[in-house]
Design a protein around this ligand. Structure first.
Ligand code: ADP
Length: 483
């Protein structure tokens, strides 16, 4: 029997993306379809979404949804069935999904995403057009109130699977917003949406969910500890019976070095040699010396404390000492953007920085760099290292979260067994990272050893295959009648 799932999220690739959440929400429907799971994705109708999802038709309307009229639109984009919450007073704005053009959070974010959650709860219960839903898959804090709205309203009880993509983004708002949410007073409680005196959207998502997932087994364990729990570890321990980690996969249709139209030269595990042309193109694009003998390291990601880019810049002297080059692609905190620009200016021809969010450049970096560095302080799953594996740029990662679950460190045992796919270092230390960079440069110069690591990396299964099966089993288990 086909199960109908309503996925609810604030972003989905390729329509609107600020990070890995969008990749996951965009890729899961196709990955779940072979398992008899039909996913329809509910998104806010931002301008970019409206422009891309042409031919949308209205299914229902709300005369007033958090301060203005709203409609539910049905659309398809690249085969993905979509429901769009068209509420111009909440979503028809310039800027990103969460931030205005001034770089600050929209002041009404609580209401913007409460509206998404409330609409999702109603749609889950009542269906949309001909679609009927057996369960809701709610992603991150922006969909955190779906379970609360379902629980505190009469009608069909639709189970909720809540997925945490990053515990650092909690959707924590002052208590003063509670009356505007339209929840009954008893919901403002420890056994409800209340969180440290305010309203916690992520907390509510965890509290009301029937099942909780996060995006790697190691992160599932880390967030249940005081060190990794960011204030929510007690609640996560209390709910550990329904919490599990399922690794993200890559959309291997988009990320395929053999067919990638964004690469100057396409290649495969059987014939990685054309990567050399990509390396030259990458060196040219980042103003680096055209030197095939220099190990080229790359960083791709948000310029944020989480990602450890400051550690990489601190380890730069070591990287340069060993003859390396560095190409950096990212946007984020102003100080880190400036630090990246400064590093490039201080080391012309050896360090290049692109302060931009540019998917084509990300492909070029993965397809041309020798090694992608992911020095995160914490990392729920991480997609960058998966791209790096598939594109034959063995990643150097820190031993946290999904990085620890997806990379096999080139230690003596792994090298002897011929199973290494990258390198791993202790998190949060520029010294450990420096040592890792030196180890990577030395291994890279050992052509036979590196070729083996590269081949293993490219052979690693980074697809959605196993993880989609795990989600499907989780969904079916939740709906199975009790024994
Ligand atoms: P997070 O979701 O924490 O930002 P992930 O590694 O899970 O990190 O996902 C980030 C995704 O966004 C990856 O697909 C990565 O390649 C992409 N990405 C991040 N920054 C940029 C950028 N500046 N340009 C292009 N792609 C980027």
């Amino acid at each position: 029997m086909t199960l109908g799932v309503l996925a609810v999220a604030s972003e989905a690739a390729p329509l609107v993306k600020t990070g890995g959440l969008a990749d996951v929400v965009g890729a899961l429907p196709a990955a779940l379809a072979p398992h008899g799971i039909a996913v329809t994705t509910l998104l806010p109708c931002y301008p970019a979404v409206r422009a891309a999802a042409k031919g949308a038709r209205a299914l229902r309307s709300w005369p007033a949804l958090f301060g203005g009229p709203a409609r539910l639109l049905a659309a398809r984009h690249e085969g993905l069935p979509l429901l769009l919450l068209d509420a111009p007073h909440l979503y028809d704005r310039p800027g990103g999904p969460y931030l205005g053009p001034d770089g600050r959070d929209w002041p009404d974010n609580a209401l913007r995403f409460a509206a998404l959650s409330l609409a999702a709860a109603e749609v889950a219960r009542e269906g949309a057009g001909r679609a009927r839903f057996d369960l809701v898959h709610a992603h991150d804090w922006q969909a955190g109130l779906v379970g609360a709205y379902l629980r505190h309203a009469p009608g069909r009880r639709v189970p909720v699977v809540f997925s945490i993509h990053n515990l650092a983004f909690q959707g924590h708002f002052p208590a003063g917003i509670f009356p505007a949410l339209g929840l009954p007073p008893e919901a403002f409680a420890t056994e409800g949406v209340e969180y440290y005196g305010g309203v916690g959207f992520l907390k509510a998502g965890i509290w009301y969910a029937d099942r909780i997932t996060t995006v790697s087994p190691t992160y599932a364990a880390e967030i249940a500890t005081p060190e990794g729990g960011m204030g929510l570890d007690g609640l996560l321990r209390a709910r550990s019976a329904v919490l599990c980690g399922i690794l993200n996969g890559l959309d291997t249709r988009i990320w395929d070095p053999a067919t990638d139209p964004l690469l100057p030269a396409r290649f495969s595990a059987a014939d990685p040699a054309p990567r050399a042309a990509n390396k030259r193109a990458l060196q040219a694009r980042f103003g680096l010396a055209q030197d095939a003998a220099a190990p080229l390291f790359a960083f791709i990601g948000r310029l944020a404390w989480q990602k450890g880019v400051d550690l990489l810049l601190a380890a730069l002297p070591a990287l340069l000492d060993w003859g390396g080059q560095l190409a950096l692609l990212g946007t984020g905190e102003a100080a880190l953007e400036q630090a990246a620009r400064d590093a490039a200016a201080a080391h012309p021809g050896r360090v290049g920085a692109a302060i931009a969010f540019e998917e084509p450049l990300a492909h070029l970096l993965h397809g041309g760099a020798d090694c992608v560095v992911v020095p995160s302080r914490f990392e729920p799953c991480g997609l960058t290292q998966l791209c790096a594996l598939r594109y034959g740029a063995p990643p150097l990662v820190s031993r946290v979260g999904g990085l620890a679950d997806t990379v096999v460190d080139a230690n003596e045992a792994a090298l002897a067994a011929g199973v290494a796919t990258g390198l791993m270092v202790a998190p949060g230390s520029a010294e450990a990272l420096s040592a890792g960079l030196r180890r990577a440069a030395a291994l890279w110069r050992d052509r036979a050893a590196w070729a083996r690591i590269q081949a293993n990396a490219m052979a690693a299964d980074v697809s959605w295959g196993r993880s989609a099966a795990r989600y499907a089993a989780l969904f079916r288990g939740l709906l199975a009648p009790p024994p």
